[in-house]
Design a protein around this ligand. Structure first.
Ligand code: PHE
Length: 338
């Protein structure tokens, strides 16, 4: 048995094979186990002699199995290491880097422009009170411009702001009626619109407010002209059309001239050659007064623009929903937009 088994062990190729040999010889029904069990049938004199031999054989075989098992385990490990080597000279896979959302880029560009003109950046809450969203802006409870249809009311007094204009009143309150205010405020606004290519129930606005002694309409026009040229190109003109907002008087809407140029030349983008871009005006005396500014001493202008609309016009994007469905194939096109 010993000779045959040691031979088998020597030739064993795998740990499985070795295990089989072990069972075959030393297992419950193994050949050596059989010998040991048969000892009972032997005579008293024969028993110790055979027992000693059998035990020696078992020890030898066990030790040999142990040694071989170490060798085979080593071999398995080596094979595994061989298989799993890394080729460190392979080129790496490119990592997809993220980038700012197009609206974020547009807002940051506009912020840069206005910071350069001495404006500070303000923020206000998206969940706003009825007072700041409407009342403080000269839109009393029964005012027709306060169309219930457009507003997401949360409670009687709380709503999702429908524009960034409440930040005008909040900032003026903060400065307590005796300091100049020069701020812009970007942020999200909400309206109860049915979403389609040109409407979204959530979009962005940037509010602007400049209050000081002797602020005039011409200051507004000058700043808006700079804004239009920076955003759309030096060849753009602006025009102000009379309009109405309860919180400004007089109120205007600003158009910019629009040209579309291609290889064959330039044509205007709309029949009129002008496209509406924002609402603005001189801060209404009532609004100044409610915020604690004396309209006899202070005057100001305000404007509100929509970065969504600006981005759509600037890049020819025809569906506002693109900004909010966040398909990276769309967004990635504008990662380096300036
Ligand atoms: N809040 C106005 C709107 O949402 C825009 C506006 C802001 C007009 C400031 C005048 C002055 O349409």
């Amino acid at each position: 048995i010993q000779e045959e088994t040691l031979n088998k062990i020597k030739n064993a190729y795998s740990l499985n094979e070795l295990q089989d040999i072990k069972v075959e010889v030393l297992g419950k029904k193994g050949s050596l186990t059989g010998v040991l069990r048969g000892m009972g049938k032997l005579s008293k004199e024969e028993r110790p002699v055979v027992g000693e031999i059998a035990n020696k054989v078992r020890e030898t075989i066990s030790a040999q199995i142990e040694t071989k098992s170490d060798v085979l385990e080593e071999k398995v490990l080596e094979e595994q290491l061989e298989k799993e080597t890394l080729d460190v000279t392979l080129p790496g896979r490119p990592v997809q880097a993220g980038g700012p959302h197009l609206l974020t880029s547009i807002i940051e560009d506009i912020e840069d422009l206005f910071i350069g003109m001495g404006f500070e950046i303000k923020e206000g809450p998206e969940v706003e009170t009825d007072y700041y969203n409407f009342e403080a802006l000269n839109l009393p409870k029964d005012h027709p411009a306060r169309d219930m249809q457009d507003t997401f009311y949360l409670t009687n007094e709380l709503l999702l702001r429908t524009h960034t204009s409440p930040v005008q009143a909040r900032t003026m309150n903060q400065y307590e009626g005796n300091q100049p205010v020069k701020m812009i405020c970007p942020g999200k606004v909400y309206r109860r619109d049915t979403d389609d290519a040109t409407h979204s129930h959530q979009f962005t606005q940037i509010e602007g407010l400049y209050v000081d002694k002797n602020v005039r309409m011409s200051d507004l026009k000058g700043i808006l002209d700079r804004f239009a040229k920076k955003m759309f190109g030096q060849d753009r003109e602006i025009r102000l059309r009379p309009s109405f907002f309860p919180f400004t008087e007089p109120s205007v809407e600003m158009d910019i001239s629009c040209k579309v140029c291609n290889g064959e030349g330039c044509s205007v983008c709309k029949q009129s050659g002008w496209i509406e871009i924002l609402g603005a005006g001189m801060v209404h005396p009532r609004v100044l007064e409610m915020a604690g500014y004396d309209p006899e001493v202070y005057s100001g202008f305000a404007f509100g623009m929509g970065p969504d609309r600006i981005a759509m016009l600037k890049y020819g994007i025809d569906d506002i929903r693109q900004f909010y469905t966040n398909d990276v194939r769309f967004l990635r096109q504008y990662h380096h937009a300036k």
